[in-house]
Design a protein around this ligand. Structure first.
Ligand code: DPP
Ligand code: ZN
Length: 874
């Protein structure tokens, strides 16, 4: 396939002025008429042809200013429509007539049907599956859309922008028309047609304009849209208060659909959502679901400014809108909930998903410089690391200059298709800082390492901190330049207070070391007593820290750091060290030492009523098996890690049984509220229930909790304990059966039932997954269901997926090959679960390679899967 390169960017030869679309919806023969007004860009040769993108289209006819174009003047191939002989300077109109079959569109890109509802997904390159057009983000146009459909097939006919009107069309059909005054790229186009339930509200913007808010869901699910509506209104208010951004249409619509490749899509004024991120009630959604809904509703809404009003010049700039919008949704969630607990969850997620990506064959810069298939770049690096980079800009500039830079960005680039250079220039200008070295965060892949050493001179009362940075080669980047790494720090004195003196040796204002050279030493004088260094506080930079720090020093940080996130980091670090050490011993078949100290500090934390319950739950959640594997880095034996981690869990559980059995009963008892406080109590109760069950080695307590549960959070906590810790027990099987019959017909709830079973540890799980795949109600076409079963198994079950006989790898390979025929984007995404295959011990590596090779040899692969396979095997 073709390789696209950032440096090859070139504007189009023709400029689009406006586009009018008419759809006659039909399940198998939808007619699309696209009328586009264009003119030749100044300086473009008079004989330059117009080349529109297209993909799997049936072209019926094409006209120039209303007359059929002579066949000698246009060509159609697999991916384009080329028209020659166009006017030299005058504007002209091209009309393209295409026919589509939404019912057979299984890629879920372009116009498709889900549960009888017509819907579109155009990002990144889906619009070219609707009509021939300049399907690229730098072509902005004003859209008018008319939709015609049978009344009984599609009651609501929706598109972007403001409503123009509707009425009867002909026998049994009606129409609706929409006009979006904001010029937009084609990837933000959307259309929905269907018979849906509607939930309505309004929002009054800061300038007093009333906006109609409409959420469309499947009939019967209206009662589950309330939380999403509430989150939407809070998002709209927050963006006004924190970023000064006001909504800009008369109406904001959101449609929940059950078959969707992504989480959601920010189409202008008409967001389309995976229903998993809209629908919630206490009976069917967990606290985590509520938090995700809040975050994703906010994320898509915030795109209205960071993404839609200011969009990307090309897909290399994807992080311009995604990294920035993730940063904004993180800030929103932090304001709505406990900021420390939210940050801890972000750090966990970044390390679990982005760090392994950056350390393996799929590593790429936050702004990639080449791609073969853009769908494969909606990654943790572009999103999560992209957000961290924006967060670092704020750390370096401070809150005030950061806001000034954002204001300037909005003011200067409103209506533009922009670049990272444009974005950075606003911050440089607003703050007077040179961000050239900092910009390397966008172009250099890989997670930097910073080694830290300290030197305390008791006689001189001086303390030195030496920092040294390095960055390993990544695919296509063998040499790396030195980066600007902002490391927040604190010096904690023996009495727990903080030392405030400023160091010599480099820039270090506001509690941040600015590491800009390979090696730098920061020297503090007049320090009253030996301080403990708390480094990379709050994870100010997404780096690996290498530092010899004693257990006592870590415990000192965990007890005294003024920053809650740092206290968690210290506890987590202590747990991680122990787990890595015992995992290596287990791999070598050696006896495992006790975890007394770790158990004590964790049990003390659990019992400490001065700490937030959610924080205690995070502290008690040991690093996952995959986190330990990442830390070990090579020659990984997942079974050894599992054995070692289970032993540690059991020791903590036994040491703290009295505390845990008390906490397990402390979930809130009143009516369910998804608010952070109650969710925190439930998280702690669930964690405590798990520990207590381990200590007791009996499923009775968890089964009682399952039977007594009156919300999905408590229910899945108990179910998971039963299925993972007591597999095959009568209690586990009874709970699974009860769950399944209670939620039969509720796809989102059943997804949890599949996921919990798929993540049950042990080599036996692949047989269970095989059996579940064959169950009669298993819908292979639904992406949520495939992710729940195959995705949870391959990405969330280290011992099951990496079973020593290779059965897990073979299962995934077979499914990827099969899914690829219908939905390449989903197939490629599921396949990335194998990105760290080279870090396993030799036997598993060999089996993993065989599975990957079997995909490569399977015949015709999609560009999506082909690209991932090629990079993973390179
Ligand atoms: N819908 C995806 C997101 O919002 C892609 N834009 O991140
Ligand atoms: Zn986004």
């Amino acid at each position: 396939g073709q390789v696209y390169k950032l440096k090859d960017y070139k504007p189009t030869d023709f400029v689009v002025e406006r586009i009018d679309l008419t759809f006659e919806l039909d399940p198998s023969e939808t007619k699309v008429v696209s009328r586009v007004i264009l003119h030749r860009r100044e300086g473009v040769a008079a004989d330059a042809a117009l080349v529109f993108d297209g993909d799997e289209l049936t072209l019926d006819s094409v006209q120039l200013d209303g007359n059929d174009i002579d066949p000698s003047l246009f060509d159609v191939d697999e991916e384009s429509l080329t028209i020659r002989g166009l006017p030299e300077s005058a504007p002209f109109e091209i009309t393209v007539n295409t026919t589509l079959s939404p019912d057979t569109n299984t890629k879920l890109m372009g116009l498709y049907r889900t549960n009888g509802v017509y819907c579109t997904q155009c990002e990144a390159e889906g619009f070219r599956r609707i009509t021939y057009f300049y399907d690229r983000p730098d072509v902005l146009a004003v859209y008018t859309v008319t939709i015609i459909a049978a009344k009984d097939d599609a009651k609501y006919l929706l598109s972007n922008g403001n409503f123009l009107g509707s009425g009867n069309y002909d026998e049994g059909r009606h129409f609706a028309a929409w006009f979006d005054p904001h010029p937009k790229p084609s990837y933000l186009f959307a259309l929905v047609g269907g018979d849906l339930g509607l939930v309505e509200d309004t929002f009054t913007t800061m300038s007093g304009k009333e906006v109609a808010l409409k959420i469309y869901v499947e009939h019967g699910k209206e009662g589950r849209a309330g939380y999403a509506m509430d989150a939407l209104k809070r998002s709209m208010k927050w963006d006004e208060e924190v970023f000064g951004r006001e909504y800009d249409l008369d109406i904001f619509q959101l449609v929940a659909v059950s078959d969707f490749n992504m989480g959601a899509m920010e189409n202008k004024g008409l967001n389309v959502f995976n229903d998993k991120y809209v629908l919630a009630d206490p009976e069917t959604a967990t606290d985590a679901d509520y938090a995700n809904i809040e975050a994703i509703i906010a994320h898509e809404y915030f795109h209205n400014w960071t993404g839609n009003r200011i969009t990307c010049r090309d897909w290399f700039q994807l992080c311009l809108k995604e990294g920035l919008t993730v940063y904004r949704d993180h800030a929103f969630s932090a304001d709505q909930r406990s900021a420390a607990v939210k940050r801890i969850a972000e750090i966990r997620l970044l390390k679990a998903h982005q760090f392994p990506e950056d350390a393996g064959p799929l590593a790429h810069p936050v702004r990639p410089e080449t791609y073969k298939e853009i769908n494969n770049f909606y990654t943790a690096t572009v999103y999560e690391k992209g957000s961290e980079v924006v967060r670092m800009i704020r750390t370096i500039l401070g809150a005030d200059d950061f806001r000034k830079g954002m204001d300037l960005y909005f003011e200067r680039h409103d209506g533009d298709a922009s670049t990272i250079e444009d974005f950075l220039a606003c911050f440089a200008e607003a703050s007077g800082r040179d961000l050239k070295q900092f910009a390397l965060w966008y172009s250099q892949a890989g997670t930097p390492s910073v080694s830290v050493s300290t030197d305390w001179n008791e006689a001189a009362k001086s303390f030195k901190v030496t920092l040294e940075q390095s960055l390993a080669p990544t695919p296509g980047q063998s040499r790396k330049a030195l980066m600007h790494i902002p490391l927040a720090y604190g010096l904690i004195l023996p009495d727990g207070s903080e030392f405030n003196g400023q160091p010599q040796g480099g820039e270090a204002g506001n509690g941040v070391f600015h590491l800009t050279k390979r090696k730098q030493t920061f020297s503090f004088t007049d320090v009253p007593g030996r301080p403990v260094l708390s480094i990379n506080r709050g994870f100010s930079a997404p780096v690996n820290i290498a530092m010899e720090q004693s257990a006592d020093d870590l415990a000192h940080i965990a007890r005294h750091d003024s920053d809650g996130v740092s206290r968690w980091q210290a506890l987590n670090e202590q747990a991680m060290r122990h787990l890595v050490a015992v995992s290596k011993l287990a791999r070598d078949g050696r006896k495992l030492p006790a975890a007394k100290e770790l158990a004590k500090i964790l049990v003390d934390t659990a019992a400490d009523e001065s700490l937030e319950p959610a924080f205690r739950a995070q502290a008690l959640a040991l690093p996952a098996e995959s986190d330990i594997a990442r830390e070990i880095g090579s020659n990984i034996d997942p079974d050894a890690i599992h054995t070692a981690r289970e032993a540690v869990l059991s020791e903590i559980a036994t040491a703290g049984l009295a505390v845990f059995s008390k906490l397990a009963d402390r979930a809130p008892t009143g009516p369910y509220s998804p608010a952070a406080e109650d969710a925190g109590l439930r998280a702690l109760a669930g964690t405590a229930l798990a520990y207590a069950s381990i200590a007791e080695a009996e499923p009775v307590r968890a089964k009682a909790a399952f039977d007594a549960s009156n919300n999905m959070t408590a229910m899945t906590q108990a179910l998971q304990i039963l299925v993972h810790q007591f597999p095959g027990s009568d209690e586990a099987e009874a709970a699974l059966a009860a769950f399944k019959s209670r939620f039969a017909g509720d796809a989102l709830a059943l997804d949890k039932w599949y996921a919990i079973q798929a993540m049950a540890p042990g080599a036996g799980t692949s047989a269970r997954v095989e059996a579940l795949l064959e169950s009669p109600d298993f819908d292979r076409k639904n992406p949520n269901r495939m992710r729940a079963l195959i995705g949870s198994f391959s990405a969330g079950n280290p011992t099951g997926f990496n079973a020593p006989d290779g059965a897990g790898y073979r299962l995934l390979a077979r499914e990827v090959i099969d899914i690829d025929k219908r939905n390449p984007q989903l197939a490629a995404r599921l396949l990335t679960a194998m990105r760290s295959w080279r870090s396993f011990e030799p036997r598993r590596q060999k089996l993993a390679r065989q599975a990957l090779v079997s995909i490569r040899e399977a015949g015709k692969l999609s560009p999506d899967v082909g690209d991932i396979i090629e990079r993973m095997l390179a």
